[in-house]
Design a binder for this molecule. Structure first.
Ligand code: PLP
Length: 294
């Protein structure tokens, strides 16, 4: 029984530190949906309120750093956070607050998605923030998940093929990252490169058209955080996260005139629980709603 009298134990609590997208395809909302789809409870600190719909980002209002610090502080003093996913930070000030938070709380599982620009071209991290991520924040993450353009900015390398992606992953480890996944969604071959310690592996996957999808990077990083919190290795977590994202893209449906969000809850629709097989009615359940237990 917990201190507040509830007898159910909580699933892993995952924290997203990210920007809010009102169309809920990317950012905080995508992260929370991903956490929920993995059976986790999500909490969120908002780094920025973006003004956007499926057609693109119009403006960005970054959270004042002192407010972000307060948001993180109240959450940390209240709940046990199993893993953190970091997405859009907006500016250097917010990136510094996040580094201080990670230093103060020593959370073991930290997935850093170094978001820099929206596909419509809006700046989601300022130049000082990019510098801070590359020199400071990446050292504090368990894994950093840049796409090819982000890996190019962080490393200064030009990436044209999988060998270049591997070179960028090695350079990011030299720069202090523990593990790296360079996402190849923007490339001819949709291969991701994972460097964990000394081991380099390529994660293949079904070729899915991702150009028209919104929130794939956020979803991938959040799914990795959920799988790491469940105790999986980084390789297993990344493989499962890639499979989840691929399916969620396939099942996505348009909600506006622009890019298509993922269907984070496709599992609920394609795999409904067979009545009576998985769910045995408990004492107190409405008798008409469920078959009687034998
Ligand atoms: N808005 C927020 C809050 C994000 O975190 C991101 C990406 O991570 C985007 C927008 C950009 O999404 P897109 O790749 O669809 O442009």
């Amino acid at each position: 029984m917990s201190t507040n009298g509830h007898s159910h134990s909580a699933p892993p609590i995952l924290l997203t530190i990210s920007g809010f997208d009102p169309s809920c395809g990317a950012g905080t909302a995508a992260d929370l949906k991903t956490f929920a789809a993995h059976g986790c409870y999500g909490v969120a600190a908002i780094t920025s309120l973006t003004v956007q719909n499926t057609q693109g980002v119009e403006t960005v209002h970054n959270t004042p750093s002192a407010e972000l610090r307060e948001q993180l502080g109240v959450l940390a003093k209240d709940c046990e956070i199993a893993a953190v996913k970091i997405g859009m930070l907006g500016n250097r000030g917010n990136a510094v607050v996040v580094a201080e938070f990670l230093d103060a709380h020593r959370i073991a599982l930290v997935v850093l998605d170094p978001v820099m620009k929206s596909s419509s071209g809006a700046e989601l991290l300022d130049a000082g923030g990019i510098k801070f991520v590359s020199t400071e924040l990446l050292k504090r993450a368990s894994v950093i998940t840049p796409n090819v353009p982000e890996a190019e900015v962080l490393t200064g390398l030009t990436i044209k093929d999988v060998a270049d992606m591997e070179a960028a992953a090695r350079k990011l480890v030299e720069m202090g990252a523990h593990s790296v996944i360079v996402k190849g969604g923007h490339m001819e071959r949709a291969v991701d490169v994972l460097l964990d310690g000394n081991e380099m592996v390529q994660l293949g996957g079904d070729r899915v058209k991702t150009e028209n999808n919104h929130g794939t990077g956020c979803t991938f990083a959040s799914a990795i955080a959920a799988q790491l919190a469940a105790g999986r290795s980084l390789f297993e977590a990344a493989t499962l996260a890639k499979a989840y994202v691929t399916k969620a893209i396939e099942k996505g449906y348009a909600i506006g005139k622009g890019r298509v969000p993922l269907d984070h809850f496709y599992r609920q629709k394609i795999e409904p629980l067979a009545r009576g097989t998985h769910e045995v009615p408990q004492h107190g359940m409405h008798p008409a709603a469920e078959p009687t237990a034998h």
